[in-house]
Design a protein around this ligand. Structure first.
Ligand code: T1G
Length: 699
C-alpha cells in the first residue's frame, strides 16, 4: 500500500499521505511526496492540497530512522522543493502537526486547520531542534518571541492560537478536504498566490538587545545542563541576523550536533521506553478489559487524596473512605488545597476544579464500596493493617472488582492471601505527590489475573500515568534500587563526605535533588519507622543508618521540623549546611571506628550510581522487571533521574558494562564484598561481550 497518493480533483491536485499510526515522515513518505510534486508540476492543477489520512497530520520526522544512515531526500531538501514549487500548496491540518510535520506545513504556501487541531515543535523534548527549516520559518511567520516560546517549550498550541499568531491562515469547519479545496480556490482567485515564508522579513523589533541573553539565562535554569535549548537560541538569533540560506546552514550544523549528542540519544530512548512500558510480554492481545466507572479509595491522607485527584481529573467518580468524619474532612481539605494551588498557578479554572471535586463522595462506611469497579487502599504502610482492610473489601465488594494496594514495599501476594479472590488483587504504587508524579508502578501478584493486569495498564493511560510493571519483591523496582543508592550515600557521609558534598555531585549529574535533600523532604522518620520492629540483621549494616537514627533522636526529621541533614530557613525553606550535622557524623564515625577522609566527586558518583545499576541488573535477572527500559522509566518518571541520561540502565550502557563491572570489583576490594558483589547478569554479559540491549532483545 502506497503511503502517498496523488490525484486531481477539479483543478486542485490532492496529495494524500497515509503512513499509520501518525504519518511520521519516513523515507517512503518523503520520496512519495517528492514524486507527487513532480507529477503535479506538469499536470492541469492550479494549486495543491497536502492532507493526511488517519488520525493526524504529520507528527514529525520518523524518530525510528534516527541514528541510521540518512536516506534521501532528506526532509530539509524536500521542504525546499515544496517551498520553491510554482503552484500554491495548501497544508490541510487535523490532529497534531508536530516537528517536521509543522515544518512541512510552514514550507507550504498556506496552512488551514480544523479547530480541533494542535500544532507544535516538540523537538527539544528529544534533545533536538527543528532541523527542517523550523527555526528559520517560524520567526518569519510569528515573530522571534513567539517562535522562541514555541520551540523552547515544545508545547503544542491550538489551531485558534496558531491563527492568532499567524502560524496558520484559516481555521476551517466540516470536512477538512472540502474546506481545504475551497480555500485553495480562494487563493487562486486572489491572483498573486505564491507566498514563500523564506521571503518574509523577520520582525527585528520583536527581540530587544538583551532578549537572547535573557533566553539563554532562563533556559539554562529551566533545562539545567541540557544542550539543545542553547542551540535553539543560536538558531533563532541567526534567523534575525543572517539571510535565510545562512540561517539554514546554522540550523543544519546545530541540528547535527544535537542529533549526534548523547543527550538526544537518551531522550529518544526515553520516548520509546515510555511507550514500551505499557506493553506486557506474556499478556494475550485479546485480553478483555474491565470497565472502570467507579473508584473507591481507602485513606484520605496525602497519598489517598492525590490518588483521588487522578481519577476525578479523568472524569471518574470517586468514593473516598476514611475511619471517621474528621479524617474524611481532612482528606477533602487536602484535595481542595491541591486544587486551589493548581488554580492559583493558572493551570486550571475554578469551575473545573469545583466540578472535579464534586465527583468525590466521602464515606466512613465500607458498604458504600460495594459497587466500586476498582478500590485502591492507601492506608498506613503496615502489612497487618492492609490485610485487615483487604479482608473487609473481600466481604463487601462486588465480584470482579479490582482490589489494589498503594503499598510501596509490602508483599502483594500476602495481601492477596487475605482475600478469597487473589486473582483480583494488584499493587498500584503511586508516587508522592500522587496527583503530580507521572510514574505508576504496577505490581503483579503471583495470582493476579491477566484481565486485572491489562485493565490496570489501560487505566494508567486513562489517568495520564506512565506505568511500569513489577513482580513482587521488597520495594519492587524503584525503592529496591533506591535502598542501595541511599546505602552508598550514608556510607559516603560516614567515611568522609558531607550532605552538601554528596548532593552537589548528584545534582551536577542531573538528579532533580541529591539523596540527603530528598531524605529531608520525605522525612527522616520515614526510614526510622520502616526499621522499627526489624531485627538488627533485618536492618542491615548499622553504618548505613546510624547517622539518620542519630538525627531522628535529636528530633531533626528534615524539612518538617526545620532541620535534618540541613538547616532550613523558616520563611524561604532554603536549605543550609549545618555544622551540627558534621559533628553528628564525626561522632558516629568515631563510635564505629571509621577514620574519615575526603572522597572525590567521581568516586561518590560511581558509588551511588553503580550501586543503583547493580541492583537493576539483579532485578532483571530475577524477572522482577520485564526489560531494562522499564527500569529507566521508573527512575526518570518516579525518582528525578535525568531523562537526558536515559535512565540508570541506558546510562550503564553509555558507560560500558565492562567499566561498571571492573569498578564494582575494585569497590569490593576497597569497601568490602558485602555490598559490592557484581550482579550475575552483569558478570555474564561482560564475559560474553554482550550489551544489555542485546540481552533484552534476546528475552
Ligand atoms: N516517529 C516514529 N514513531 C512515532 C512518532 C514519530 N515521530 N510519533 C509517534 N510514534 C509512534 C509511537 O512510538 C507509537 O508506536 C505510535 O506512534 C503511537 O504513538 C526534522 C527532527 C503524535 C502526540 O516528537 O508526541 O520531527 O508504540 O503512543 O499517545 O525537525 O506520538 O504504537 O509502536 O505516542 O496518540 C518530532 C512524537 C519528531 C512527536 C500521538 N515529533 N509523537 O500520541 O500515540 S523529531 C514528535 C508524539 C522531528 C524535525 C525533527 C505522539 C503523538 P507504538 P503514541 P498518542
Amino acid at each position: 500500500m502506497s503511503v502517498v497518493s496523488y490525484q486531481l480533483e477539479g483543478d486542485i491536485g490532492v496529495i494524500r499521505l497515509n503512513n499509520p499510526p501518525v504519518n511520521a515522515l519516513s523515507h517512503a513518505l518523503r520520496s512519495g511526496i517528492k514524486e507527487a510534486l513532480a507529477q503535479a508540476q506538469d499536470d492541469a492543477s492550479l494549486a495543491l492540497v497536502l492532507i493526511c489520512e488517519g488520525r493526524t497530520f504529520i507528527a514529525g520526522a520518523d524518530i525510528s530512522e534516527f541514528g541510521k544512515p540518512p536516506m534521501l531526500p532528506s526532509l530539509p531538501e524536500l521542504l525546499n522543493v515544496v517551498e520553491a514549487f510554482t503552484k500554491p500548496i495548501i497544508a490541510a491540518i487535523h490532529g497534531t502537526a508536530l516537528g517536521g510535520g509543522l515544518e512541512t506545513a510552514m514550507a507550504c504556501h498556506y496552512r488551514c486547520a480544523l479547530a480541533t487541531a494542535n500544532v507544535g515543535l516538540p523537538e527539544v523534548k528529544l534533545g533536538l531542534l527543528p532541523g527542517a527549516g523550523g527555526t528559520q520559518r517560524a520567526p518569519r511567520l510569528v515573530g522571534v518571541k513567539a517562535a522562541m516560546d514555541l520551540i523552547t517549550t515544545g508545547v503544542p498550541i491550538s489551531a485558534d492560537k496558531a491563527l492568532s499568531i499567524g502560524l496558520i491562515d484559516k481555521v476551517v469547519e466540516g470536512d477538512l478536504l472540502t474546506s481545504a479545496i475551497k480555500f485553495a480556490q480562494e487563493v487562486i482567485a486572489q491572483g498573486d498566490v505564491i507566498r514563500r515564508v523564506r521571503d518574509i522579513e523577520v520582525d527585528k523589533e520583536s527581540a530587544l538587545d538583551d532578549f537572547f541573553a535573557d533566553c539563554r539565562a532562563k533556559l539554562s535554569q529551566r533545562y539545567r545542563l541540557q544542550e539543545a535549548p542553547q542551540r535553539i537560541v543560536e538558531c533563532i538569533e541567526a534567523s534575525m541576523n543572517k539571510s535565510f540560506e545562512e540561517g539554514l546552514k546554522v540550523e543544519r550544523r546545530l541540528f547535527i550536533e544535537c542529533m549526534n549528542s548523547s543527550q538526544s540519544a537518551a531522550l529518544r530512548h526515553m520516548f520509546f521506553a515510555e511507550r514500551m512500558s505499557s506493553k506486557i510480554k506474556d499478556l494475550p492481545k485479546e485480553t478483555q478489559l474491565k470497565d472502570i466507572k467507579r473508584v473507591g479509595i481507602i485513606g484520605g491522607g496525602t497519598m489517598g487524596g492525590g490518588i483521588a485527584m487522578n481519577f476525578v481529573n479523568a472524569g471518574i467518580p470517586v468514593t473516598l473512605l476514611e475511619i471517621n468524619d474528621v479524617a474524611l474532612q481532612r482528606g477533602k481539605d487536602i484535595i481542595a488545597k491541591n486544587y486551589a494551588m493548581t488554580v492559583k498557578k493558572g493551570k486550571l479554572t475554578n469551575q473545573l476544579a469545583t466540578q472535579r471535586q464534586a465527583l468525590i463522595t466521602g464515606t466512613t462506611d465500607y458498604n458504600d464500596l460495594a459497587d466500586m469497579d476498582l478500590v485502591i487502599e492507601a492506608v498506613f504502610e503496615n502489612l497487618d493493617i492492609k490485610k485487615q482492610v483487604f479482608a473487609k473489601l473481600d466481604n463487601v465488594c462486588k465480584p470482579g472488582a479490582i482490589l489494589a494496594s498503594n503499598t510501596s514495599y509490602q508483599d502483594v501476594n500476602l495481601i492477596a492471601e487475605s482475600t478469597s479472590r487473589p486473582q483480583d488483587v494488584i499493587g498500584l504504587h503511586f508516587f508522592s505527590p500522587a496527583n503530580v508524579m507521572k510514574l505508576l508502578e504496577i505490581v503483579r501478584g503471583d495470582k493476579t489475573s491477566d484481565q486485572v493486569l491489562a485493565t490496570s495498564m489501560a487505566m494508567a493511560k486513562t489517568i495520564k500515568k506512565v506505568p511500569a510493571l513489577s513482580r513482587v519483591c521488597y520495594g519492587f523496582i524503584g525503592n529496591r534500587m533506591l535502598r542501595q543508592y541511599a546505602r552508598e550515600a550514608q556510607l559516603c557521609l560516614l567515611e568522609g563526605s558531607t550532605p552538601q558534598g554528596i548532593d552537589t555531585v548528584m545534582q551536577n549529574f542531573g538528579m532533580a535533588m541529591g539523596p540527603l535533600a530528598v531524605g529531608d523532604l520525605a522525612g527522616i522518620d520515614i526510614g526510622y519507622k520502616a526499621r522499627e520492629g526489624l531485627t538488627d540483621e533485618e536492618k542491615g549494616d548499622v553504618r548505613t543508618y546510624c547517622i539518620a537514627d542519630a538525627l531522628y533522636d535529636m528530633g531533626r526529621l528534615g524539612q518538617k521540623t526545620g532541620a535534618g541533614y540541613y538547616q532550613y530557613d523558616p520563611d524561604t525553606r532554603q536549605r543550609m549546611a549545618d555544622p551540627v550535622v558534621l559533628e553528628v557524623i564525626e561522632a558516629q564515625a568515631k563510635q564505629r571506628g571509621v577514620e574519615r577522609k575526603a572522597i572525590d566527586d567521581e568516586t561518590i558518583l560511581q558509588r551511588l550510581t553503580f550501586a543503583l545499576i547493580n541492583e537493576g541488573f539483579k532485578i532483571l535477572e530475577e524477572g522482577i522487571a520485564q526489560r531494562p527500559s522499564d527500569i529507566d522509566v521508573v527512575y526518570v518518571f518516579g525518582y528525578g533521574f535525568p531523562a537526558y541520561r536515559g535512565g540508570p540502565m541506558f546510562y550503564a550502557e553509555s558507560i560500558g558494562l565492562e567499566k561498571i563491572y571492573q569498578t564494582i570489583c575494585e569497590f569490593g576490594a576497597i569497601y568490602g564484598e558485602e555490598f559490592w558483589q557484581p550482579a550475575a547478569l552483569l558478570k555474564q554479559l561482560v564475559e560474553e561481550g554482550k550489551t544489555l540491549t542485546q540481552w533484552a532483545n534476546s528475552q
